[in-house]
Design a protein around this ligand. Sequence first.
Ligand code: DSN
Length: 424
Amino acid sequence: MSHLVPTSHLAAVDPILAGLIAQEEERQAQTAKLIPSENYASAAVLEASGSVLTNKYSEGYPHKRYYEGQQFVDPIEELAINRAKALFGADHANVQPYSGSPANLAMYCALIPRDSDNKRILGLGLPAGGHLTHGWKVSMTSRFFDFAHYGVDPQSHRFNFDAILAQAREFKPALIIAGATAYPRTIDFAKFAEIAEEVGALLVADMAHIAGLVAGGAHPSPVPYAAAVATTTHKTLRGPRGGMLLCKSQYAQAIDKAVFPGLQGGPHNHTTAGLAVALHEANTEDFRRYAHQVVANAQMLAEVLQSEGLQVITGGTDNHLVLFNTMPLGATGKQAAKAMDLAGLEANFNSIPFDTQPPMNPSGVRVGTPALTSRGCSLDDMRHIGNWIARSIRAREDGDALARIRSEVGDLMAIRPAPGVPLR
Ligand code: DSN
C-alpha cells in the first residue's frame, strides 16, 4: 500500500499505530464522506502539517517572541497572516487559535472588556443550528458571558430578522453572533450588521462551516460587516485542523492579546504552515470553481433527497449542507445515520428545528458535499449518492442490501480518489 505521508519510521517504531492509520486511510478512501464539516486536506497541506515545525516553541507573535530560533517560523506565520488577509480582504488576521472553539472564546473575550457592565451576547441556539460555543449552557463560553439565543422561523425554518431585531432590542447585547453549523441557507451578514447597529452591539461572525465558500466567492463574506470573524481552517477551507480570527484594525490588539497570552500558549507552527499552504491553494481559480461546485452538488443532493420522500429542511440549500428529516421514511436520524454508515455513506444524525426527538436520537441527518466535491464528484454522482442515502434508510434492517449499496459506493469512490488519500 502506498502512503501519502511516508510512514516507514512509524511502522518500525509503532506498528500498532501505523496499522490503525493505514486502516483509517483505507476507510477514508472507500467511503463517501458526507459530514459537512469534514474535508480532505491536500497532500501539500499534510506535508506541511507533518513537518519539523512541530518541534518549535514560538510564544508571542512574529518578531516579538519569548524564545530564540524564530528565523523561519516568523516568515512562515507572516506568510499565513498575509495570505489570510489577502484572501478574505481583512485588516488583520490571527492564525494561532488551536481551533474554532478557542477562536470563538478569544473573540468574545477580546470584544467584551473584562470590566464591562454589558456581557450579553445574542447567538443562534444549538437546536436551531448554532454551535456549542455560541453560549450553549454546557459550554464554558456560557460561564463567562450572559447569552440569549435566537432561533429560526417555525414555518420557513429560516432566520426571521424582524423577530431577531425585536429580541435584540429587548436583550440589548454587546455582541451579536452570526454563524451556524446546520443552517442550509445564505447568512445575510448585512442584515445582521443592521440589527447590531440599531441596538448598539458589535456584530461578530463564526464562518467555520462556510469559510471555503466565502474564499471561493460562493457565499457572501462577513468580513466587511463584522468587527471580528472566527473560523476553523479544516472544513470547506480544506486546510489543517486549526482556527483563525480576522478583524478590523481597531480590534487587532485586543484579538491578539486574547489569543496569546489570554487563552493559549505556543502556537502550533506545523498547523500554521499547513494553513499557509491551504490559503495559497484557496486563492486560485480551481478553488473558486470548487466552492461553486460544492454548492451545486449540495443543491442536487437536496433535490434528490426531497424526491425520495425525505423532508429537506427549508426545502433546499444555498450552501454546502443539507439537513433532512428522516422520519417520513420511518427512521430516526440515528437509525438513518447508522444504516448509511453501514452502506459506506458517512454522515451525522442531527436535530432539526423544533425537533420533538431527543438530541441523541433526533429526527434528522445532516449531509454535506465539501469532501465529495474535493474528490471530483459531479452532479450525476450526487444523484447516485442521494438515491443510495434513501435506499439505505429504507433498507436499514437488511444487512445484505446495505452491503450491496456499500459496494456500489466503493466503486464510485474508487474512480474519485481523494486528495490526501492515495489510490492503491
Ligand atoms: N463539529 C463541527 C460540526 O460538525 O459542525 C462544529 O464545530
